[in-house]
Design a protein around this ligand. Structure first.
Ligand SMILES: [Zn+2]
Length: 241
């Protein structure tokens, strides 16, 4: 039977909406691009298994991540769930979270982290603070990825998220030589803590990836400057080996 004009138009529209659906609802693995089956979210099960766990949450002895903060700031617990490595699944997840406008992924990963750590003493926090990012990055991205992780963690543990708890210190003359983003991420004593943080006893600082730990160190110092008795714990999705 000869295809009518209406049928042809229907096929074109169907192809168009399928493509649109594919763009809107990610249904392929963020790492290997394999088509996902119904129960799989963001990654196929092979790639979920391919995420390299640190198992720091199960170690009794100090980990490399604990040692990263020694002689810098006093922290209660430090944990990262996975290792971050170039070309690996962890990088695909973080890349999607940062550059592909995937806000629901951030909440999903936050909930995933929180569920893994539900029996760990780190979950006994009474407030959650996301590491701030440069306002221009937040504007371009539409969100701060660490805030999304924090929201997911809060959904599972129930601890409230504290917003605007630390603001950026005003630039000093010595900082003007660095580029704007470098200054944001590298300078010590970058933040000033808000007085209301003193209402809390154990605060969790959340970041997506820990590399040098400089931003978390700076934020911890700002909170401890308000009240040195506040316990601070640090949690990130991944840690750069
Ligand atoms: Zn995959």
């Amino acid at each position: 039977m000869k295809t009518t004009y209406i049928q042809k138009l229907g096929l074109v529209l169907k192809n168009y909406t399928d493509e649109l659906g594919h763009l809107v609802f990610t249904n392929s693995c963020l790492h290997c691009n394999k088509e996902l089956v119904l129960q799989e979210r963001y990654l196929c099960w092979v790639c979920w298994e391919g995420l390299e766990r640190t198992f720091y949450d199960e170690q009794k002895a100090p980990t490399i991540l604990d040692k990263l903060f020694w002689n810098r700031v006093e922290v209660h617990h430090v944990c990262a769930l996975y290792f971050y490595d170039k070309g690996q699944v962890s990088q695909s997840l973080i890349r999607a979270l940062k550059y592909e406008f995937k806000a629901p992924l951030g909440i999903y990963l936050g909930e995933h982290m929180a569920k893994h750590l539900q029996t760990h003493p780190i979950c006994a926090v009474d407030a959650i603070v996301a590491v701030p990012i440069h306002p221009k990055k937040k504007f371009a991205r539409g969100y701060n990825q660490s805030e999304l992780l924090a929201r997911g963690i809060s959904n599972v543990w129930g601890a409230p998220i504290l917003n605007s708890i630390a603001h950026k210190r005003k630039h000093t003359a010595s900082q003007t030589t660095r580029d704007r983003f470098g200054r944001w991420e590298n300078v010590q004593n970058l933040f000033v803590g808000a007085a209301r943080i003193a209402n809390y006893r154990h605060v969790l600082l959340v970041d997506d990836v820990i590399t040098t730990g400089a931003t978390l160190e700076s934020l911890t110092k700002a909170i401890k400057a308000v009240d040195p008795t506040i316990q601070i714990s640090l949690l990130s999705f991944a840690f750069t080996k």
